[in-house]
Design a protein around this ligand. Sequence first.
Ligand SMILES: [Mn+2]
Length: 346
Amino acid sequence: MKMTFRWFGADDKVSLQNIRQIPGVNGVVSALYDVPVGDVWPKEKIAKLAEQIDDASLTLAVVESIPIHEDIKLGRPTRDKLVDQYAQSVQHMGDLGVPVLCYNFMPIFDWTRTDLAMVNPDGSTALAYDDAALSRIDLSRGTGDLPGWATAYDAKTLQALLDAYKQVDEEKLWENLAYFLERVVPVAESAGVKMAIHPDDPPWSIFGLPRIITNGPNLDRFTKLVDLPANGVTFCTGSLGAEPSNDLPAMARMLGERKRIHFAHCRNVKWTGTRKFNEAPHPTRLGDVDMHGVLTALHETGFEGPMRPDHGRMIWGETGRAGYGLYDRALGATYLQGLWEGIAGA
Ligand SMILES: [Mn+2]
């Protein structure tokens, strides 16, 4: 296991120097944030990002993420060019030796919460989700009322997309995902890039949109759509762990035995009702994710890939990007390394 940390580039309040000072962290998880969705990621730009990270004595370990254009997810005729361009970006990563790509296949929205700063009894804040609150959000005015998505879509663009997805049920989305993978995974395989799909967050349908990367059987089905080693998963304990019926250690073992976990996102959630949860500190006993069980399964199946602490709470008065402050994620990184050391030995 290699401990890594997400960095949002030069605008991130958390600097590479901050990251370098977290014990045991050598790898950085980052992306190009100024390339329009669907365009090829220029090799020079990826090289420049990697160089900037190298200069801080760290390594670009994972690209998270190259977003997938909605036309690909919708299966529109324009997808062929977009899929080719995606494959070209993956090839560029491989040319530069960047080994892992995290991406997702969620229609319109990826991660979704109803509160970005729920106040805990100790005064810290955390992201939270409540399905009942989500169902009260009126999308006819665009994404203005959806926390974290305020400026993402105006009303007209969003309505057009929501209408287009009325033709795409879960099976159609599977077909469109397979179409994408059949063309991109072989390129990744030969370029030396491991593709790691991120589970849907939360792992159920929202706003009537289909979501398929949600549970053990579906992850198993996913890996068999294109049965190549490069076609793997980001094992996100927080996303999958929001659904109480997901047995995370068993899922990690199933995918780990087949060498299809290419990246691990570790965070904890606390269930507070039906389809209702908040994010919790990383340790097992502080939430409903069996972090010890998951890391044991990863260790026993020989996991050697990158891991990062996923979202943290905001603590000690820190302000910044929701879920991505420095302090609680740094505590997570050290906790996870301690837990791993306890399981694997020093
Ligand atoms: Mn995650």
